[in-house]
Design a protein around this ligand. Structure first.
Ligand code: 3PG
Length: 320
């Protein structure tokens, strides 16, 4: 149920949880988020301005994933949807709110932190839920425990998440997105610190990807040239860590190809937590995947190379 919503949440990866006091600030706030690479917002019904803010954001940025949070009643869910909310979030599991959303085909992510509540969500056909309060309820360790019995459930953890620990959550295969208030604190919104909010969003997106250089690939015209290279790296103190059919790895850091491969000179391999999400992230910087380089498994894309080169090297992503 709600597959399109789940895909959108996954791809954006970070959902800011917003309590806005003044609806006039909603559009510049939305712009700051979009500019920071986070076209999503959970506008909470913790302030009177929530409904107006949702309306303004949804109108100004129709492609943005604007939803309502802290929805504590069916009445509020109705008001939120009427204002343009594309999804409903609540801090706890309220069967009435969940059933209303399902009946009206409105994506809903109820908050929960126990196996009993997860079972209630599964019973209703939900596969995306909010894990709240994440840190106080056991955080990553709890999510790892949920992964066993509830393999089909994806979590949107919030509560105690920040730039400092979001990568720990991003590494969990059952985490769809991370969320929180850290980049949209009330003082930043009230003081209209839009550039700071944009920068915090960019920093968060960067941390979410976890891009780390893992090896350098060097092209060669043929196997003899590769063997010559291997001998030279051995003189530099490196040893063969893997001899494959198309390349030889030295200390796992340098991959010496036995033929010309992607990139003029070779490739730079980066690991990341979720290759599919990072392909989307890098698209904004003009990186286009080479379709025939993509290899997938049940979890999604495992490896990809991009058309654009950096200093004569193709960029290559591998799953961390
Ligand atoms: C929420 O509703 O998800 C929380 O208020 C977010 O918690 P945080 O302020 O710790 O990010």
């Amino acid at each position: 149920m709600f597959e399109d919503f789940a895909k959108r949440v996954h791809d954006i990866g970070i959902i800011p949880v917003i309590a806005i006091q003044d609806a006039k600030k909603a559009v510049p706030l939305a712009k700051a988020l979009v500019d920071g690479g986070i076209p999503a917002a959970e506008v909470t019904f913790r302030t009177d301005a929530a409904e107006e803010a949702i309306k303004a954001m949804a109108k100004a940025y129709p492609d943005m994933l604007v939803g309502a949070g802290t929805v504590l009643s069916v009445e509020k869910a109705e008001a939120a949807v009427k204002a343009g909310a594309k999804f409903i979030v609540s801090p706890g599991f309220d069967p009435e709110v969940v059933d209303w959303c399902i009946a009206h085909q409105v994506p809903v992510s109820p908050g929960l932190c126990t196996p009993s509540e997860i079972q209630q969500a599964i019973k209703r056909g939900l596969s995306v839920v909010k894990f709240f309060p994440a840190e106080a309820s056991g955080g990553v360790a709890m999510l790892k425990n949920f992964a066993g019995p509830f393999g089909g459930v994806k979590f949107m953890p919030t509560g105690g998440i920040s730039l400092a620990n979001l990568a720990d959550y991003a590494k969990c295969p059952n985490v769809l997105s991370v969320g929180g208030t850290w980049m949209v604190k009330a003082d930043k919104i009230n003081d209209e610190k839009w550039d700071e909010i944009t920068q915090m969003c960019k920093d968060a997106q960067k941390a979410l990807q976890g891009l780390t250089l893992v090896h350098v690939g060097l092209n060669n015209p043929n196997a003899e040239a590769m063997d010559k290279s291997v001998a030279q790296f051995e003189k530099l103190g490196m040893t063969v860590s893997k001899a494959g059919s198309s390349s030889t790895f030295m200390d796992g850091k340098i991959e010496i190809m036995n033929k010309p491969f992607y990139g003029t000179n070779g490739h730079l391999a980066y690991s990341c937590y979720d290759v599919d999400r990072t392909i989307g992230y890098l698209a904004q910087f003009g990186f286009h995947p080479i379709p025939e380089s993509i290899s997938k498994d049940a979890k999604g894309t495992k490896v990809v190379y991009f058309k654009e080169e950096v200093n004569g090297f193709a960029i290559h992503l591998v799953r961390a």
